[in-house]
Design a binder for this molecule. Structure first.
Ligand SMILES: Cc1ncc(COP(=O)(O)O)c(C=O)c1O
Length: 451
């Protein structure tokens, strides 16, 4: 089913609250940041979670697995655009100098791109299709960076045709290719970073080492190509904020080398690698480094993906089968096997490609089989599997849930917005195109998106 922008009328009241500095307990001395309120989350986020649960339950209640059409019980998302808006405000609060170019690869959902465009953000694109998606929002091509250091030639010609000038490179062969396809391009030299503490590492594949940076700048100069900046990426899901400090220091050296060679650099691109949980710590280290090494006349951009969208999408999946597996020899290992209609070949591709561990929560369960004492205080043990015939298709090897679940019940999974549906496949004939119900828990996002 194609994604639909829909909002059940009775749930469409937006939460009229925009976070400001008073919502946060900032402790810069220790580089820490915490929220006030229950569960250490801002009130706006807690209220948003309730709203999301209401929408999930309402949509799930419309499905009768005993009578519905094939696929009517398919997994579906609820996307809270208000959460993306809150993340944007948080970015502005902590990294006001750095302009975000949203990494389209992370989640190319058209509603996300529409909101990014309205927020004034740019786009980091890695292919012709991503460039098209970004341009379809109506933005000027100058708001796109083609941030793929090893580009397809025909895509380069396409970038030239569409006026997408900004692009990265990290090797001499790429410079010759750019010279032949798009000599007017504005180039960013992508340098290597130490991404050893990051969940997803890129440095084995991309980035020029500091040893070769000057040589590449000289080749570009001889080819009369215009190098305008330096870019780096500290790795996605980065854990060490000092990686930003080192990368900024290296970028400074390359700026100086470029000036000696004869280039006039004006922009630093600090890439992605920001996460919801560690954002303020990373932003603090990055801001301080920028202040020390880059004067205000240098423009600074970034390519955040995960940071913006991970927490905005919640996925609901249906229990299509259950196996009661008991081991009389070892009853402590008893666990039901639950089979969902989505798995690692689908929206849970983040388990394979993005090292994630999505956590199941009960959305609905049959009250008739769940009297108050159906589960022990520890809950009931399950393993959770996807719908394909492959044994690798496992979502949780063991999890305790507070209810006895059966066919037709629903589970939901939070934080499913980053690197999920974009890398889903159609293996075994299952869909890679699930319904998305868009809601907004922030008045600011509602005003921009008109729902
Ligand atoms: C060049 C580039 N920029 C930005 C990103 C987005 O990274 P993140 O989602 O960690 O912000 C990626 C992720 O693969 C990338 O390769």
């Amino acid at each position: 089913m194609a994604p639909t922008a829909c909002l059940p009328a009775e749930i469409c009241t937006t939460i009229k609250h925009i976070p400001d500095k008073n919502d946060y307990n900032l402790n810069w001395d220790h580089g820490q940041f915490s929220y006030h309120g229950e569960d250490d989350q801002p009130q706006s986020r807690l209220a948003a979670k309730e709203l999301i649960l209401d929408v999930l339950k309402k949509r799930a209640s419309e499905v009768d697995v005993d009578a519905c059409a094939p696929g009517a019980e398919d997994a579906f998302y609820v996307a809270d655009m208000g959460e993306i808006y809150r993340q944007h405000l948080r970015w502005k609060l902590n990294l006001s100098r750095v302009r975000p170019f949203y990494a389209v690869k992370c989640n190319p959902d058209p509603e996300i791109l529409r909101l990014m465009a309205k927020l004034g953000n740019g786009f980091d694109c890695a292919s012709k299709a991503e460039i098209d998606l970004a341009l379809e929002t109506g933005i000027d091509p100058s708001r796109i960076i083609y941030a793929q250091p090893c580009k397809t030639k025909s895509y380069l010609r396409y970038a030239a045709k569409m006026g997408v000038k900004q692009m990265t490179f990290d090797n001499a062969d790429e410079l010759y290719k750019i010279k032949s396809c798009y000599p007017d391009a504005e180039l960013y030299l992508r340098i290597l970073t130490d991404d050893s503490s990051s969940m997803c590492q890129f440095s084995m594949k991309f980035g020029a080492s500091m040893d070769v940076a000057r040589h590449l700048l000289e080749v570009a100069y001889q080819l009369e190509l215009k190098v305008v900046g330096v870019s780096f990426h500290v790795g996605s899901g980065a854990e060490d904020p000092k990686a930003f400090l080192k990368a900024v220091q290296d970028a400074r050296l390359v700026f100086d080398q470029a000036a000696e060679v004869g280039h006039e650099l004006h922009t630093l691109d600090v890439g992605g690698g920001f996460s919801q949980d560690t954002f303020e710590k990373f932003a603090g280290v990055l801001s301080d480094a920028l202040e020390v090494y880059f004067p205000p006349n240098i423009r600074v951009i970034a390519e955040p993906g995960r940071y913006y969208v991970a927490s905005a999408f919640t996925l609901a999946a249906n229990v299509i089968a259950r196996r009661d597996v008991r081991d009389p020899e070892n009853p402590t290992q008893d666990a039901y096997m639950l089979y969902l209609n989505d798995g690692v070949y689908g929206n849970f591709s983040n388990i394979i490609f993005d090292h994630q561990h999505p956590v199941a929560q009960v959305l609905t369960c049959d009250p008739d089989v769940n009297p108050p004492n159906a589960a022990t205080s520890e809950g009931i043990a399950y393993s959770i599997w996807g719908p394909t015939c492959d044994g690798i298709d496992v979502i949780s090897k063991r999890i305790n849930l507070p209810a006895l679940l059966n066919v037709g019940d629903w589970l939901y999974f939070e934080d499913m917005g980053a690197y999920t549906k974009c890398s889903a496949t159609r293996f075994n004939g299952f869909s890679d195109n699930h319904e998305v119900i868009y809601i907004s828990s922030e008045a600011g996002a509602s005003a921009l998106l008109e729902y």
